[in-house]
Design a protein around this ligand. Structure first.
Ligand code: G3P
Ligand code: CA
Length: 290
């Protein structure tokens, strides 16, 4: 008989049994069924970081979506990955004299004119770069959960406070969201520490793979360490799990970006708590057999 048990306590990472409980293999002593998080939304199937990518994830039954937040010239928060508009919009065509098309050099009204879907496929022509406000409203409408990445905070002074203000205004900093539906992550340790200091109740994740000997210094303000799967080892996962995060629970690991079944099973064997993927269906099938 295969010795698998549902380890409800493992959900303590985000403080709620409403999360899909990981399943632990008692013999191996590791989590073999981590959370599945749709990277930039269901970005293999709809243009990344758009409302369509959020809806696609919802239609696939994926609760968690990840996004990237940056800021326009006139101070609006928008959801887009690159610090330029070139790859995922038609900015070069619409604004030919505005190279290098940095997000921070365009107003929200200018960005709202851009097509953020045609690059992905003709069916998505007319898709827009969402404001963060519209984005969180859609995630809420879909009853989903958000792994929000503050991108390039060094380019946008004060973006941590501004993001938290917007989240609060939109109802995302109440107890229900804080314990169960929101994690803020960044590659910037300084930015993440600022988030923690401004709103200590927010769960936070540090992107990257800091040296194991340095992990302790992040435990004061990061609940998770989220590394590329290419940099991951079982020993590293164990080293993170051995530490207690700012909310009194073991630090956790979400690995990115895992788009094939074999790698999903490998990182699950390592004991990661979440798998961030463009192909949630592939990862879910690999880990959950449906
Ligand atoms: O969530 C992890 C991942 O999003 C970090 O890399 O470049 O896709 O934002 P990137
Ligand atoms: Ca990201």
């Amino acid at each position: 008989m295969h010795a698998r048990v549902v380890a409800v306590t493992a959900t303590a990472v985000l403080g709620s049994v409403a999360l899909l409980p990981p399943v632990h293999d008692v013999r191996a002593g590791v989590a073999v069924r981590p959370l599945v998080i749709a990277h930039r939304g269901a970005s293999a199937y709809a243009p990344e970081n758009t409302l369509q990518a959020v809806d696609k994830a919802a239609s696939m039954g994926v609760a968690w979506v990840e996004n990237d937040v940056q800021r326009t010239r006139d101070g609006r928060l928008v959801v887009i990955h690159d610090d330029t508009l070139r790859r995922t919009t038609d900015a070069e065509r619409v604004f030919p004299g505005r190279a290098p098309w940095k997000v921070k050099d365009f107003t929200a009204a200018e960005i709202a004119r851009l097509d953020a879907g045609s690059w992905f496929g003709a069916a998505y022509k007319g898709t827009r770069v969402p404001t963060l406000e519209a984005y969180v409203d859609r995630v809420e409408h879909n009853h989903q959960k958000l792994l929000l990445e503050i991108k390039n905070p060094e380019l946008y002074p004060g973006i941590e406070r501004q993001t938290l203000k917007l989240l609060g205004d939109e109802g995302w900093l109440d107890r229900r969201h804080l314990t169960n539906r929101l994690v803020v992550q960044s590659f910037s340790a300084a930015g993440l520490r600022t988030v923690h200091e401004l709103k200590p109740g927010v769960r936070t994740g540090l992107l990257g793979t800091p040296a194991a000997r340095d992990l302790r210094r992040y435990a004061g303000y990061a609940d998770l360490i989220n590394p590329s799967h290419t940099a991951l080892t079982p020993a590293y996962v164990d080293a993170v799990h051995a530490l207690t995060g700012p909310h009194g629970t073991p630090m956790r690991v979400f690995a990115w970006t895992v788009d094939d079944a074999a790698t999903a099973r490998t990182v699950a064997r390592y004991g990661v708590d979440g798998v961030i993927t463009d192909k949630a269906d592939v990862v879910r099938r690999a880990l959950y057999w449906y």
